[in-house]
Design a protein around this ligand. Sequence first.
Ligand code: ATP
Length: 300
Amino acid sequence: MVDESILSIQGLSKNYGSIKAVDALDLEIKKGQVFGLLGPNGSGKTTTLSIVLGLIKPQNGHFKWFGKPVTAATLRRIGSILESPIFYPYLSATDNLKIIADIKRVSYDSIDEKLAMTGLLERKNHHFKTYSLGMKQRLAIAAALLGNPEVLILDEPTNGLDPQGIAEIRGLIIDIAKEGKTIIIASHLLDEVQKVCSDVAVLQNGKCLYSGKVDFMTGDGLLLEVMADKPELLIAALENCQWATISSREKDHFLVQLQKDNSASDLNRYLIDQQVVLNHLTTKHKTLESHFLALLKNKA
Ligand code: ATP
């Protein structure tokens, strides 16, 4: 089923003292998506992933994996490299994966297959300490794939890698996605999300600024700022619109992203047809992409 829910998050919040690491977050991730959690450092990506993996408890909100509350059995359907596994430097890749297979209680049968998939088969008998950073990261992905999870979670998978290592990891993610797995990637790199993800949620200060197709975000459509007499009618009308989406809201100001080839007049006309009266409309001349880049700049 194309629209099968993999992860559904509602109203998730986690505070550390006065810091709102995750702030009333809603997300929907569907089967087969390569879903990017995109945001600058400190935007709440790792905290969100830690909560849905059951590593930390939220103060508020709920989440469901595969349409159900989380159980130990559910977590076995998910492979993650949230924290890199500890590999033994003087053991080979194969022996390290055997230890992880024992911990996960899965057989050794698929170890070679996972090493082949991650391009490490020829080096399988070499000590881990002789591996490059990129190879270590690929071994972590091989470890996460043991037991054939349906979902793979990667946190900043290309951090610290050189351009070749980055290209290899991105190619690997695309190959894994082709097998039909759902992949969730936390990244602060717009370019990375554009290259490998089908869908994205942009996070800032634990809040979601935009959630939708990557194409939509990086297209060259207009970004408009609008206000309506009845904001709830505006939200409802835009939920049913294929070519306009709300990318953020600040009190009664909404930023609305249009798809390429749609104009401000198209939006105005559509909203009037939907009985929504705007009292403010300005063109921001920015796509979500430049909006996100500005966001990153502000954080730098
Ligand atoms: P990064 O890419 O830098 O890891 P992130 O988007 O994954 O960023 P988080 O690591 O989830 O963001 O952090 C969100 C906010 O919560 C930050 O302000 C961070 O300092 C804070 N935070 C996270 N973990 C803790 C903790 N254990 N104690 C206190 N504050 C924390």
